[in-house]
Design a protein around this ligand. Sequence first.
Ligand code: ATP
Length: 220
Amino acid sequence: MPTSRPDRAFAVFGGTFDPIHKAHLACAQYVLAHCAVSEVQLMPCHLPAHRASPGVSAEHRAAMVQLAIEHVPGLSLQPLELNKHSPSYTVDSLRLLREQHPRGGLLFVMGMDSLAYFKQWHQWQSILQLAHLVVCQRPGSTAADGDCPELLEQYGTRALQDLHLLDSGKIMLLDNPPLELSATEIRALLGKNQQSAELSQLIPAEVLQYIKTERLYSNV
Ligand code: ATP
């Protein structure tokens, strides 16, 4: 369970995690190492608001997140959205987190592809009133895409201290090494051949074992 202190900045990384993969983990660890936060909480959605429903239940996706982070200090599972039976809106989750942590920096982590359509997110302005956005580089997406230029012009900062002096409202691009990896590609590979040696490069061993034991993604 999350253990962050209310006065110390912490980060939340929302996603479908269908399944969690090594690029998700690399992003979370990069934020932990470079953004001076006490903790990065991975928050699997129940039903994503911005894309088709995942093929695997929230319980399985959360179990895989838990297995992936079990031995990684500073990463935790944020279960807030798991029991919802309606689409998960990030703004609602951030409001709840803000009730628990009224002060201090709250960083919401996303990939550059997500920032590119951020203005389509439900109540996106309210999201920025509740949290900062920290944005990971992702191959195939650049800061010139979609909503990025306008958002960065208005809210962008390069100063880490802004994320700590202010509680919310800034967007910072990170310099993480980009990793060409997507859950879509992994699901396709799992559907074809769960014995493929390539899979161990893409997802943690514990997660791969869970997928095999629970027979997930075999009919993708
Ligand atoms: P899918 O292929 O099913 O769309 P995904 O790999 O994009 O999945 P999600 O769970 O949808 O994974 O993503 C959660 C968050 O992680 C999003 O903000 C997304 O931009 C980010 N993310 C996913 N993969 C990467 C990556 N390789 N590099 C940087 N960010 C990533």
